[in-house]
Design a protein around this ligand. Structure first.
Ligand SMILES: C[S@@+](CC[C@H](N)C(=O)[O-])C[C@H]1O[C@@H](n2cnc3c(N)ncnc32)[C@H](O)[C@@H]1O
Length: 619
């Protein structure tokens, strides 16, 4: 349960998406489940405790938060932290799953040989498999309800002169713009920016889709816009094919006569950019690339941050991904808040900001959900954790149900589990249970076996006694409804990796030498990959040496704390080509299987190539 609900300052009129013009809103914007969002807005933003995971560099106000956008907003509101600029690039409802390529590193012994032979490694030689990062699969109604709540919560933490940029595309952008009109006010709409790029394929039977939409709104009629900082040269744009002229100083211009006056447009003049931006996607070999599937280019964020914030102001991205917003904000002397639900995002931005020598704190929302890396991978694992669950449902058991369990006493038991990718499904309340008992269990009439019982898993429940009483009073069938806590199942979702190491000391410094590293989960993934390759004519296999050091991506020593927040006093990151960064500085060295520190290390942290971390105490 959240510790409490933080009320919204302003609650919209019931019915959601009510624009000033009621007729229009009723025709266009009344869609399925609107009223459920309304209930949640009335309840407030769920506030969970946050735990400090790590302090990187000096103490500062910069934050990296692992958790949902809503929880981060509740925390900021609680702390009275106001944001000056928000950029979000939320899932697009594109119907796609995004995956991360996981690269096997060079084994230290082999790396040494390669170094001697001065052999250059080519990207193509890298062996990799994929891990799902996040899913983008929603029904339109679910997506809009989810987005509405997020926008409402974000608005709560924006300063009075703040701006918000919401990055979407043709899939859902036009619907979200209507929500934004409602949440921020049509009068606060500033621009619809078209980000135009060339990458991607071409279609033959329609115009190729080559742009995203970025909706720019301000919180009020006062907003920051530094046109001088984003000015671009007018260049040799010719109006109506007018002739270029030169003034006495040789400056080129075109002139236009209007109402008896002559206006000169100089080529070397800075002008405010238009709302169509030609910025290319990040190329394969671009150094800013961090291998995050949906990473946006720095230059896109540079323009937004320079235009809509000043130095020292707070810039937040609640769907931070690769950390482009935080990185650019830091480079431009702004403070930053990065939030994301996935562990890969948090690790990527952490390492990126460490390299940029930024100071920040990493917090984790304690919402009781022991996620395995991210919601989508947790959902994939969930089925195997519920005893006897079969996700292939017999005919008559619809998609509301996660799967079924068969047992001799009850026969087929439909099982519901909330979709962890959609935060609006997390809380089991009267509205949700009402849907089960007054709608879903009546659908079993079409099922040609008899359902005697259903199991409903929940992550959070408003009040279990109240829900049970509601079931008792309202269930008009003989079907038993059993409620179960999903958190107890998820306690078994993470199985720790194992490491063996030696601590050597030579009086001047300490050296931890990794003897072996074993990850059961990665082993299974690699076995799965190899068996798929075996079916191909020229399959390329992944083989891991006995000590397993190819599976290590990052290693860190904490010489300060033996419990609580992590303090990285020494760290090594091995990139996909095998080169190491030492304390955030890139080198052309290969990893030798060791890490050293000047003082005695108290704890060792190891991150595997898929992002799972373990911490062990050094005695
Ligand atoms: C399109 S990506 C953002 C990419 C980012 N702009 C960049 O340039 O790297 C969307 C991100 O939202 C995160 N996400 C999805 N649902 C979320 C939620 N409810 N709260 C916070 N982050 C979420 C995903 O993990 C993913 O990293």
């Amino acid at each position: 349960m959240p510790i409490r609900y933080i009320p919204y300052d302003k609650v919209p009129v019931k019915g959601q998406a009510i624009l000033n013009n009621i007729t229009r809103s009723q025709r266009l914007l009344s869609y399925k489940d609107n009223d459920k969002v309304y209930e949640r807005i009335i309840r407030g933003i769920p506030y969970y405790e946050l735990k400090e995971l790590e302090q990187v560099g000096e103490k500062s106000e910069n934050l990296v938060i692992r958790g949902e956008c809503l929880s981060a907003c509740a925390y900021l509101k609680e702390q009275n932290i106001k944001i000056d600029l928000v950029y979000i690039d939320p899932p697009f409802a594109s119907g796609a799953d995004y995956a991360k390529k996981v690269y096997i590193r060079k084994n230290p012994a082999l790396a040494e040989k390669i170094k001697k032979a001065e052999q250059k490694m080519d990207m193509e030689e890298l062996v990799a498999f994929e891990e799902k990062m996040y899913g983008d699969i929603w029904s339109k109604e679910d997506y809009l309800n989810w987005m509405y709540e997020n926008l409402m919560a974000i608005k709560e933490v924006m300063s009075d002169t703040a701006s918000i940029y919401v990055h979407l595309d043709w899939h859902i952008g036009h619907y979200v713009k209507i929500l934004m009109d409602e949440v921020f006010g049509e009068e606060n709409f500033r621009n619809e920016i078209v980000w135009h790029y060339q990458s991607g394929g071409r279609q033959e039977n329609l115009f190729s889709k080559k742009h995203d939409n970025i909706y720019f709104y301000s919180k009020s009629d006062k907003w920051i816009f530094n046109s001088d900082d984003v000015g671009e040269l007018r260049g040799s744009e010719k109006r109506n094919n007018m002739k270029k002229e030169f003034d006495e100083n040789g400056r080129a211009f075109v002139s236009i006569k209007s109402n008896g006056k002559i206006y000169k447009y100089y080529e070397d003049e800075l002008i405010t950019p238009a709302d169509v931006w030609n910025i290319s996607h990040i190329q394969q070999k671009d150094p800013q690339r961090v291998d995050y599937a949906t990473q946006k280019p720095n230059s896109l964020l540079e323009r937004i941050i320079k235009a809509s914030s000043n130095k020292g102001m707070i810039v937040a991205d609640f769907f931070g991904g690769s950390g482009v917003t935080a990185k650019v904000a830091n480079d431009l002397g702004r403070r930053f808040i990065h939030c994301d639900i996935g562990i890969n995002s948090i690790q990527t931005v952490r390492d990126r900001l460490k390299e940029a020598k930024a100071d920040f704190k990493i917090l984790e929302v304690q919402d009781g959900l022991n996620l395995f890396r991210n919601p989508i991978q947790t959902m994939d694992k969930l089925a195997s954790l519920i005893d006897g669950l079969n996700t292939k449902k017999p005919e008559g058991i619809n998609s509301f149900w996660f799967g079924t369990i068969t047992n001799s006493k009850y026969g087929t038991i439909p099982v519901y589990a909330p979709d962890l990718r959609d935060s609006t499904k997390k809380v089991l309340d009267i509205v949700a249970i009402n849907e089960v008992i007054n709608k879903e269990i009546h659908n079993f009439d079409t099922f040609n076996g008899e359902v005697k019982k259903v199991i409903i898993y929940y992550v959070d429940i408003i009040d279990i006694d109240e829900i049970e009483k509601f079931i008792k009073d309202n269930n008009q069938t003989l079907i038993e409804v059993e409620l179960k806590d999903l958190k107890q199942v998820l306690d078994f979702v993470v199985v720790d990796d194992k490491v063996e190491f030696n601590l050597n000391e030579d009086g001047l410094f300490y050296e931890v030498e990794i003897e072996s590293f074993y990850s059961d989960r990665l082993k299974q993934k690699i076995d799965e990959y190899n068996s798929k390759q075996a079916l191909k004519a020229n399959g390329s296999y992944i083989s891991i040496s006995e000590n397993g050091l190819e599976l290590v991506e990052y290693i860190s020593l904490d010489c300060t704390n033996d419990s609580g927040a992590w303090q990285s006093d020494s760290e090594i990151k091995i990139d996909k080509n095998g080169f190491v960064s030492i304390d955030g500085t890139k080198t052309k060295e290969f990893w030798n299987g060791k890490i050293s520190s000047n003082t005695k290390p108290k704890r060792l942290k190891i991150r595997n190539i898929a992002g799972d971390e373990i911490i062990v105490i050094i005695n």
